[in-house]
Ligand binder design. Structure first.
Ligand SMILES: [Zn+2]
Length: 362
């Protein structure tokens, strides 16, 4: 049976281990140790993702997955349990994204082990660097994975909330090159990279563009000192949309904005690089992973809610690699903020759901 005390302890243990993106080794060791004791066959792929298969495995394996990394500020997290809620004591995130998912899976396994349930036809995937444009999943060694249907714990809200769609994500980098000059002595000789950037950014859209499209300039870095005309500047931006046509139009708008700015400001140089980091999907009704989740939610008396997401998850990459995937909630609210908190009853539901899914398929 799912044990509230054990589950709360596992969660607090997990969030107390720092694992910002790129530094997941310690948390991976924690998970690996637990899984080895349960008889899983462990594979760490060349990128450092953890893949665990039960000894008895087949192409029909069900895959449960969550990511091991967390966003910043995520070091020295101190979890506080207050009645039904867990939050972080200091000004850090809690790390429920995605350690609530890890906890749900591990607690389900603990409970099944306690009941002497024989684990089979089960694959677990724990990825690195999900928060860095899904780098872990993008480098995942899919050849080591059994199974063609995956349930990914990485959504906001309770486990009855199912992500029904996710957009295409394009990231872009802009390098602006002007010319340096002394700001007081001979500013005429300079070309301000900041002025070029202002001109360019004013030509670009920002924020929510329509129901399925957003556009954001997220980071700017430029200039060196107060008294010099700045020669260099870098911009990082992104846009997300579910429409291929809108994506093409936005790519074109970016290029046009760059050309128009270079034409208007003589001798300015702008280099634009953009890349599709993940591609959109919509969950179809016949998605085999969705069927598994709906069946288990029904058995637990939970009502499913399908909700579109503006974010991407490892699900976008799994789907691209022919694994029918569904992303569900894990009891976390306020992800990526210092107000992040976890509802223990939702976390218990998450563990119950994992347990039921494993029992259904093994
Ligand atoms: Zn996440």
């Amino acid at each position: 049976m799912i044990n509230r005390e054990r589950l709360t302890k596992t969660f607090c243990d997990l969030v107390s281990i720092d694992s910002p993106s790129g530094e997941e080794e310690k948390v991976r060791d924690f998970i690996e140790n637990k899984l080895l004791k349960m008889g899983f066959q462990i594979n760490i792929d060349s990128y450092g993702n953890l893949i665990a298969n039960t000894e008895k495995s087949s192409k029909e394996n069900i895959i449960l997955s969550a990511h091991m990394d967390t966003v910043e500020p995520g070091r020295g997290i101190i979890p506080v349990v207050d009645k039904d809620t867990i939050y972080s004591k200091e000004d850090t995130i809690l790390g429920g994204d995605c350690k609530a998912g890890l906890t749900g899976i591990l607690e389900a396994l603990d409970s099944l082990k306690e009941n002497k349930h024989e684990l089979k036809n089960l694959t677990l995937i724990f990825t690195r660097e999900e928060e860095v444009a899904l780098q872990g999943a993008r480098h995942l060694d899919f050849s080591k994975i059994n199974g063609k249907k995956a349930i990914i714990f990485d959504g906001e809200g309770p486990p009855s909330v199912i992500t029904s769609s996710s957009p295409t994500y394009v990231g872009f980098d802009i390098e602006i090159i002007g010319r340096a000059a002394h700001a007081g002595v001979e500013p005429e000789k300079g070309i301000s990279a900041i002025k070029i950037a202002t001109n360019l950014i004013n030509r670009l859209p920002q924020g929510r563009l329509d129901e399925e499209t957003t556009f954001n300039i997220g980071r700017i870095e430029g200039g060196t000192v107060r008294n010099a005309v700045p020669s260099n500047l870098y911009i990082e931006g992104e846009f997300r949309t579910s429409s291929i046509e809108t994506m093409d139009n936005l790519n074109q708008s970016l290029k046009t904005a760059v050309e128009d700015t270079m034409n208007e400001i003589e001798e300015s140089q702008i280099n634009l690089k953009s890349e599709i980091q993940f591609e959109k999907y919509t969950i179809e009704k016949d998605n085999s992973a969705l069927k598994v989740v709906l069946n288990s939610l029904d058995k637990l008396g939970l009502t499913p809610t399908l909700k579109g997401s503006g974010g991407g998850t490892d699900g976008n990459i799994f789907m691209k690699n022919d694994i029918e995937s569904v992303v569900i909630g894990m009891g976390v609210k306020g992800m990526h903020t210092i107000n992040e908190n976890v509802s223990i009853p939702d976390l218990i539901d998450c563990a119950n759901l994992c347990e039921n899914i494993i029992q259904q398929n093994t």
